[in-house]
Design a protein around this ligand. Sequence first.
Ligand SMILES: [Zn+2]
Length: 347
Amino acid sequence: MERGHLARQRAERAPSLGCLSARLFALRPQADKMPALRTSPLATSSLIIPIRKDLGTIESMKRANLRLSFLIATTAAVLCATTAQSLTLIRSHNVARIPATHERTGITFAQYDDPYSDFRNARYSNAGLLNERDEMKLGTQLHREVTKKYNLTDVGLDRVERIGQRCARASLRPNMLYRFHVIQSREINGFSLPGGHVYITTALLKLANDNELASVLAHEVGHIVARHSLKTLKQSQDYNDIAKSLGELTGVAGDLARDLGVTLGQMVGAGLLTFHTRDEEREADFLGVRTLPKAGFDPQAMVTMFQKLQHIEEQNSSLLGSLFSDHPDAEERISNTKYEIARMKRR
Ligand SMILES: [Zn+2]
């Protein structure tokens, strides 16, 4: 458990390598001086290891907040420990080393080494983002662009649909209309878009058994539950134009739809809406692993799925394209998932 936490602390300090289109995501003035985005046949990523979003300023603020929270947590933990006369714990001077299962002392330290503490009390809605009706319209438009860029197939679609809908119904956003799609590709990948569209490659379908496939799909549904792509879109320079167009849009034909299609096509091409921050990946992992038992799947399959991906990375990383780069660390994800499975069993 502590390993995951320490890995997380390390990961948070790692330098950002993200780089996105300066035009669409000019969050940093020097964005156009940054190295070109790594591309692959599927220049998108989600479940597996996505390229980091270049949200430098926001990330650094988050890191600063995290450091502050950690300091406060450390202080609070020491005070609690003193009250409980757990002097041995104080001597360690390291909150992260206190095991999660410390209930026997009567003190709950779970929040200090819980990799998902930021997400446990999260409430999800479209507030402050596109409303759900416009999100659905956006999804329809984006899906059209995906069909232009990728080769969709019916191979394995029944299986994905059957397993995916179970995960969707058991998620924290069960009333959304979810659509599952299969992309013909030898690259192992899965991603999702606003409006309930989830995509899985044929290579991933071959690799995963049903429970493992469920873990991927539940993770992707998690991104939709947490509105990650909508949050990314909101930070785009084009957000206001897109939101206005979607509000006025009544169909898929006409100049408005065509102009919107061009903008959204560029976003799909660059994979902008499917790049997620490390915290967003953690959140989707968290939502996914918690969905699995509710949907009747074995959450342990998320661990074996990560292990398979890790093995492929070692054997032939080109099959993972640009996805399995460095983020978040597979070991950390495995460790975090095991933590959550153990926690679910205790309750
Ligand atoms: Zn993801």
